[in-house]
Design a protein around this ligand. Structure first.
Ligand SMILES: Cc1ncc(COP(=O)(O)O)c(C=O)c1O
Length: 368
């Protein structure tokens, strides 16, 4: 059998920048700032610039950043937050952690993102915020969501955990809402060598509150203004992310090359291909195709040595953890259909045209 094509090739990425990483990590070993410190501060400055934002606060994960976003906006018990049922579960965890209720709004069939047409109807007197996700690297329809937010005077938090540097109508996402949250989980477009996350905002008060909450609710050592958390970013992760951020524009261009090539080569197959909305410049965190025989296709591709994955097999409203919300199959039919049909193909900057050719051949072989 020809070489296995992994679903994601992190070793190839690390190999390519190993020297730079070694130097950066050695610097952290020398300065011994293992929790926050100068490497994190420098990365925060650079990532804020990258997002076109005034402030970036580094966290130990995207989940922590989202949690603190909810707290900073005063979301609490009895409140409702509108979000998508088709995302990684950490999006709605943030809502649940503060005792609020996630209220799901179904997605758009072609973009997998929240459908703003149904947002307005989901607003209730208890709605406190809106938390949509820029899924798979593609921005949601920001203006349409903001229209509803403005009408009801609701803050918007962007879950940008999968979409570092994506553009909406030509502008980098990150400052359309009050707060944007990022994940630097190793498999993300910008990934740490471990866990990491960030909260980005233009609002100095929200940034200050987030900084305090990530550090035990304190701005002065051993003085605690409110109940806080140990959500600090590690010095090593700041150092790694500083190195990787310099490569991100090039990596994004390579991801876009891979996506373009898939879209050209697969256009005559029975697959439903992912499409960039006319307002979006996706960073292609994932390339997700759809087909009713998804499970058979996945098995076939794996037998052919092509790695693939499912993001996500069960929408949030049908997860056991959310059984208490009382949802049933059929409540969000667009998300449920997407969960049955979606299949993520290998996509990463290092994927060669020859490897893409092998993936395409394997897919065509399935439909022959
Ligand atoms: C959409 C989305 N939200 C939130 C998260 C949580 O980020 P983390 O894994 O860094 O906690 C992730 C990634 O895992 C994600 O993909």
């Amino acid at each position: 059998m020809a070489d296995h094509i992994p679903y994601f090739d992190l070793p190839a990425q690390i190999r390519a920048i190993r020297k730079e990483l070694d130097q950066a990590l050695a610097r952290t070993l020398d300065n011994c700032s293992f929790c926050l410190g100068p490497d994190v501060a420098q990365f925060e400055k650079e990532f804020a610039e990258y997002c076109g934002a005034k402030h970036c606060v580094g966290f130990n994960s995207g989940t922590s950043a989202l949690h603190v976003a909810m707290l900073s906006l005063g979301v609490g018990p009895g409140d409702e937050v509108l979000t998508t049922p088709f995302t990684f579960v950490a999006t709605s965890w943030a809502i649940s952690y503060v005792g609020a209720k996630p209220v799901f709004v179904d997605i758009d069939d072609t973009t997998f993102n929240i459908n703003p047409a149904w947002l307005d109807k989901a607003v209730s007197p208890r709605t406190k915020a809106v938390l949509p996700v820029h899924l798979y690297g593609q921005p949601f329809d920001v203006d349409a969501v903001l229209n509803v937010c403005r009408k009801h005077k609701l803050p918007m938090v962007e879950d940008a955990c999968q979409s570092h540097g994506a553009k909406y109508r030509g502008k980098t996402i990150g400052t359309f809402g009050e707060i944007s949250c990022y994940s630097f989980y190793p498999g993300k477009n910008l990934g740490a060598c471990g866990e990491g996350g960030a909260l980005v905002t233009n609002n100095p008060d929200l940034a200050a509150r987030a900084k305090s909450l990530r550090e035990h609710g304190s701005t002065k050592r051993y003085f605690h203004d409110e109940i806080g958390f140990n959500y600090r970013m590690e010095g090593f992760q700041g150092a790694v992310l500083g190195v990787k951020l310099k490569h991100l524009p090039n990596w994004t261009a390579e991801r876009r090359r891979v996506a373009r090539r898939y879209s050209e080569c697969l256009k005559d197959t029975p697959l439903q291909l992912p499409r960039e909305a006319d307002f979006a410049e996706s960073v292609w965190h994932l390339y997700v195709v759809r087909h009713p025989r998804r499970d058979e296709l996945k098995k076939f591709l794996e037998e052919q040595g092509v790695g693939c994955a499912i993001h996500y097999p069960i929408p949030l409203h049908l997860q056991k953890a959310y059984a208490h919300l009382g949802h049933r199959a059929g409540d969000f039919p667009v998300a449920e259909k997407a969960a049955r049909e979606c299949l993520s193909l290998p996509i990463y900057p290092e994927l060669t045209d020859a490897q893409i050719g092998r993936v395409v051949e394997a897919i065509k072989g399935f439909f022959k």
